[in-house]
Design a protein around this ligand. Sequence first.
Ligand code: FAD
Length: 400
Amino acid sequence: MSDICIIGGGHAAGRLVNNLQKLNYNGNIDIFSEENFLPYERPSLSKDFLLDKKNINDFQIDIDLDKVNYYFNTKINKVDFQNKLIIDLNNKSYSYSKLIFANGSYPKRIFDEDIKGVHYLRNINDSINIKKNIQNSKNIILLGAGYISLEISSSIKKKYPKKEVTIIDISEKILVRNSNDDLRELILKHQRKNNVKFLLKSVIKSVQKNNDESIEFVALDDDKLLACDLLIVGIGVHPNNKIIEGTDLYDDNGIKVNEFCETSIKDVYALGDVALAKNVFLNKFVREESWNNAEKQSNILAQNLIGTKIAYEEIPWFWTDQFDQNFQILGEINNFDNKILRSYSDNKNTFLYIKNKKLIGAVAENNGRDISIIRKILKKNIEPNFEKIQNININLKELL
Ligand SMILES: Cc1cc2nc3c(=O)[nH]c(=O)nc-3n(C[C@H](O)[C@H](O)[C@H](O)COP(=O)(O)OP(=O)(O)OC[C@H]3O[C@@H](n4cnc5c(N)ncnc54)[C@H](O)[C@@H]3O)c2cc1C
């Protein structure tokens, strides 16, 4: 029997073990991963790894394997909370004392069947396959104008500026989730400058295949046919919650946990992309799909597991890198009643969002420094002097 049993071997799982080991935890740890790799961070998969600027060693998470039982290629299929057992695809069961769900999310699919030339990006093998196929493709279509597609389009255009890249989305705007119009405008400027084409308010109805069954055209809902030899689908992810279907823990949007990463079942926890977690800053349950969330929740949970109870109080933070530009999003960037722009230059801007005279969030272009200071202002809940904020000659640090 393991003391701590972790389902999933991704970012949150790896960092959790790494943190437990740093805290000198010496109980038995079992990790079950359906992948054949040690835990790694995923952001490079759509960026530097795709561009051959990084390899897996650059983003693998350091854990001491002598002190864990690592089950590679082992997918957990069911959980029996009553008897404290998890069961894999071969019906083998393993008992646990404490169970952690760190099993992340999976890309939503457009077609049930696998079609040659249609790809999804979630893991390292996906990224390797996409990389190989980009090289030989002429007409590349990215379905879904979310962060993943926008990062892939940037990687493709950086390496192969002449390749035709079109992003299709059902919505009339890019980035319908976790974004706002200021950020959309900043991002679109760079995408368009680099000749990425957009077909918004468009839906892919079907695909037409070549004789070898590979994709040849996509058919849109207006019956227009677009030549396509590589279709990468990035239409969002869904939490990996099927293994608890039918149990009390099941929620369509993940596994519900409080600010300590605890579920309503004793000794059962969840973190990372799968966790629908109480966010103290936003005062609601949110399922964040971000590096920062996996990184920081694993720190909190490691401490909680060894008995130091700490609440997760992080302010939601996300970044994306496109065409050598860095964009960061902090806190609440939509429900504001006022906003201020600190514009340092064409490509260096910070938008600050205000509600009821309080700062609630920010969007920054190439300005991580402002974001770090704004994070401190938000954490201290200071009512800042907005006249000062407007003046870029004033260092935001003065407001602390
Ligand atoms: C291409 C890409 C680019 C990204 N870029 C950014 C970025 O720029 N900024 C940012 O903030 N975030 C980014 N993210 C998001 C970030 O990587 C995720 O939020 C983070 O990986 C979540 O960590 P996790 O451990 O919860 O899930 P994951 O890292 O996905 O790990 C879950 C693991 O569980 C395994 N698993 C699932 N079900 C089972 C099962 N039943 N049994 C055994 N194993 C199972 C999965 O195979 C996987 O290995 C990106 C994600 C991707 C895919």
